[in-house]
Every structure is written in structure tokens, then in C-alpha cells.
Design a protein around this ligand. Sequence first.
Ligand code: BMA
Length: 331
Amino acid sequence: MSKLQKNQTVLAPALPNIPWEDRPAGCDDVVWRSADNPVIPRDLIPCANSIFNSAVVPFEGSFAGVFRVDDRRRRMRLHSGRSKDGIAWRISEEPITFRCDILGADVFEYGYDPRVCRIDERYYVTWCNGYHGPTIGVAVTDDFETFEQMENAFLPHNRNGVMFPRKIGGKFALLSRPSDTGHTAFGDIFYSESPDLCHWGRHRFVMGPTVGWQALKVGAGPTPIETTAGWLMIYHGVLLSCNGYVYSAGAALLDIERPWKVIGRTGPYILSPQELYECVGDVPNVVFPCAALCDAPTGRIAIYYGAADTVTCLAYTQVDDLIEFIRSNPI
Ligand code: BMA
């Protein structure tokens, strides 16, 4: 964090090479889509039925990521990938084979909805891990080639495990969303901490569903971004319509030292399924953000989201505009 500059909202290093497109003329939305969406098509690699709900991070001057690839047998797998510009991706044709020396934890039934978080020079992957039902898998990598699986963070059933990018109060910190075995019809976000990435506790309620687009359940999305206004958390919210679930995205600010305290949260969504590639696919009407890259000096944010459980897309926002939107559009 030595490269931080004064007078910037985001407390993170500069990332001038993240994907970016200016807000289109005539667009008043706080979040706008890439003109190149979907940036990752469903069939980028031969085995893929779909590539979506995936996470990317800056890595060695370019970008790396962990991708949800549902294959043509419809097995849910995780694949690693690299990109020079964060837009054109080279995704490994073989799924990640996790190494694990922990007796009893060396189980990989299935994996989906990965997040990647850099903490102290290492890259932690959290995902929905099949272990007698869905729970939160945790792994660490230094090179996006070798991945070491650690203990599951929780008992089943839990999903949407999202780590914070630094320790808080000297502890690793994680958001999660307790669930059931299937297409969970409820869901609150909780905060937990750990001294060693093995034992998790001090669970705190962060927030639950409310009205409208986030009336049924909510779950954390990308790694939270540290700002002078609080942790910026982009999350998904679900509405149950007569035609099934509709997944949209919102944003909230959480207290820096006590992130279970919600400072503010958007009443309106910031992104909802409206484009054809978000409304039509294997699961219609889904936008599902899993990663965000931020260039602190300019405040530019590039959000990666899965669309219709089929493809991966990009959207953009500016941090000060998004914080102002949260403040001026409360529930
Ligand atoms: C959730 C997860 C996501 C998916 C969403 C919509 O429960 O399984 O992977 O994008 O449902 O189908």
C-alpha cells in the first residue's frame, strides 16, 4: 500500500491498465455495459457449455482469473485463465486440479461461482464447493497454475464466500450466505473472521433481503473495495417473479473496522437483466457480479459479471459516482 496517493477515494494501488470504456453519450446510469459484451462467449474453449460467474485479478502486470466453466456433460468446474488486457482471455482447456495435503478435505465434487482475492501477495480462491452439499471452498495460489486446497470455511450449506483484501482487526475476514441444498429461496449476508484461514467464527449478520429486486435473497459479489467512505460491496439480489428468479446487482457501503455495520445500500438496482444476453441463456434474467478491478487514481471500476448463466460480461462505473448513488438512493 506504499503507492497510495492523497485525496483519492479508493485505498488501493493504481491499476491504469484495467479495461475501461467511457459512459456512452446520453447514458445517465451509474453503471454502464461494455459495448463488447459478452466479452467471454460460452464456447471460448471446446469443452465448455457456458463460461460465467467468474473472477479476475491483476497479476504480474496483466490479469489472471478463475472461471466457472460448466462443461458439455454439465459438470461445474473451475478453470484458470490469463489475459493481457482483461478482455481477451486465454482459458485453460483443463479444469484446475487442486492439490490438498489435508486428510479428509481433499474432495472436489464440483465447483462454481469463484471469487479471487489478493491478500499479502498471495491469491485466495473461494468458491461454492460440493462437499455433501454446497459449502465454501478455499484455496491459495501464487501462480494460477498450482492451487492448494485448504479447509472448507464452513459446514454445508453455504455459498457466496467473499474474502476481504486485507485482515481486519488482525483477522482474515469473509462474507458468506448460508443456504440450502438447492435453489435457496432465502439468503442473508454474514461476516466471519479467522486467525488462520482454518477456524472461522465471530459470525455477524450484515444484511438481508428487503423490497423489490432484492426481496428474496442477497449475496456478496466481488471482493469489497476499500474506500474513504467504507468498504464498497457490490452484491446480487433476487426477486421472485411469476416466471422464476430475477438476479440484479446493487451496492452497499460497510463500516471499515466493523464491516457488519451497513452504512448505506441502494434502493434501486445498479444493474439488472435487460440486454438479450442477460435475459436469454441457460438461466434467463441473471446478472451475477463476481469481480471488480479498480484504478484508484481515476476511480474507474470494471465489473465482471455472469449473464444468464451462460457468458461473462463487463460493466463500468466510477467510484465517486457509485458512492454518491448509494448515498442519494437509499432503500
Ligand atoms: C445461484 C447460483 C449462481 C447462478 C444463479 C442463477 O443460486 O447457482 O451460480 O448464477 O443461481 O441461476
